[in-house]
Ligand binder design. Structure first.
Ligand code: TYD
Length: 138
């Protein structure tokens, strides 16, 4: 996978005078079966999250509140996506290094994952990531 496979998904939104509603369905707006939901909140100013790649896990990341940047890296190119609307999801396929940065105060990141949690699915060493990528193993 390369950063060309990362994309913004526009989720449905129903706007009316009482407020707004959005939703996401697996195998529809979310392009996989959702195995897991996790969220990140109360990030202290200046902290980064998620400096790693997944061997198998695909994700959709939504800024339900506030704003943050997701930097994706395929070993050759990097791209930064700023998420700041609750009706946009960022689809990140497996095998890409990704970091979350520049969290605004009170930001809230919701993430859907395609596989059960496994520490073995993580690549946390950037040089190892580059090697696996170069060898075509991820
Ligand atoms: P991690 O994915 O490393 O956080 P981030 O990518 O945002 O920096 O997750 C932090 C810890 O939380 C991890 O070491 C184990 C635990 N965890 C689970 O037990 N289950 C999960 O589904 C997730 C996402 C994390």
């Amino acid at each position: 996978m390369t950063i060309e496979n990362v994309r913004i998904i526009e989720l449905p939104k129903y706007l009316d005078a009482r407020g707004n509603l959005s939703f996401a369905e697996q195998n529809n707006h979310i392009p996989f079966e959702i195995r897991r939901t996790y969220w990140i909140y109360d990030v202290p100013g200046g902290e980064d999250r998620g400096g790693h790649a997944f061997c198998e896990n695909q994700e959709v990341v939504i800024a339900l509140s506030g704003a943050f940047d997701v930097v994706v890296d395929d070993g050759e190119n990097k791209k930064t996506f700023t998420l700041n609307r609750s009706y946009y999801g960022l689809y990140i396929p497996k095998g890409l290094w990704r970091t979350m940065e520049n969290f605004s105060t009170n930001s809230f990141a919701l993430e859907f994952g395609s596989v059960d949690y496994s520490a073995d699915d993580y690549i946390r060493d950037y040089d190892e990531f580059l090697k696996l990528k170069k060898d075509g193993k991820i």
